[in-house]
Design a protein around this ligand. Structure first.
Ligand code: FPP
Length: 135
């Protein structure tokens, strides 16, 4: 089978993954980010040009406040820790979704990631954040 040029992943099942191991939901979300990291590293070598991840839908705001805050924290951490590596590996980062509802520091990080990596060509990583079918 030919490798698809565009792969989209719904970041789902983190809670179930953690529950099955007797771990807190945050551990599941952290493992989800680690799985994303591995996927991004592997994608260019597999011939994938576009990787879209559905990370946080607008419906997810209705989760407990502490979990929403954990998820925002994980997104920030991902950009802060991984941006240099993403850039080095030629990954272009694009964000889709409603940024106006996000905290200013997150908006700044997303903007920084997009600007820094705008000219990269090995893989386009599209992060869908604060998106929704109802929107
Ligand atoms: C679904 O698992 C996962 C989420 C709602 C959040 C995924 C987003 C992050 C981990 C934030 C970081 C994002 C990036 C791009 C670095 P679930 O809790 O619905 O699991 P369940 O279906 O098993 O309950």
């Amino acid at each position: 089978m030919a490798t698809p040029a565009h792969v989209a992943i719904i970041m789902d099942g983190n809670g179930r993954w953690a529950k099955a191991r007797g771990m807190p939901r945050l551990a599941g979300h952290r493992a989800g980010v680690e799985a994303l990291r591995k996927t991004v590293r592997a994608a260019p070598g597999l011939g994938i040009s576009f990787l879209t991840v559905y990370a946080f839908s607008s419906e997810n705001w209705s989760r407990p406040k502490s979990e929403v805050s954990d998820l925002m924290g994980l997104l920030k951490l991902f950009i802060r820790r991984d941006l240099a590596e993403l850039h080095q590996n030629g990954v272009r980062v694009r964000i889709v979704g409603d940024r106006s509802g996000l905290q200013p520091d997150i908006r700044g990080l997303l903007q920084e990631a997009e600007s820094l990596t705008a000219g990269n060509e090995s893989l386009t990583l599209v992060i869908a954040f604060n998106y929704g079918g109802r929107d």
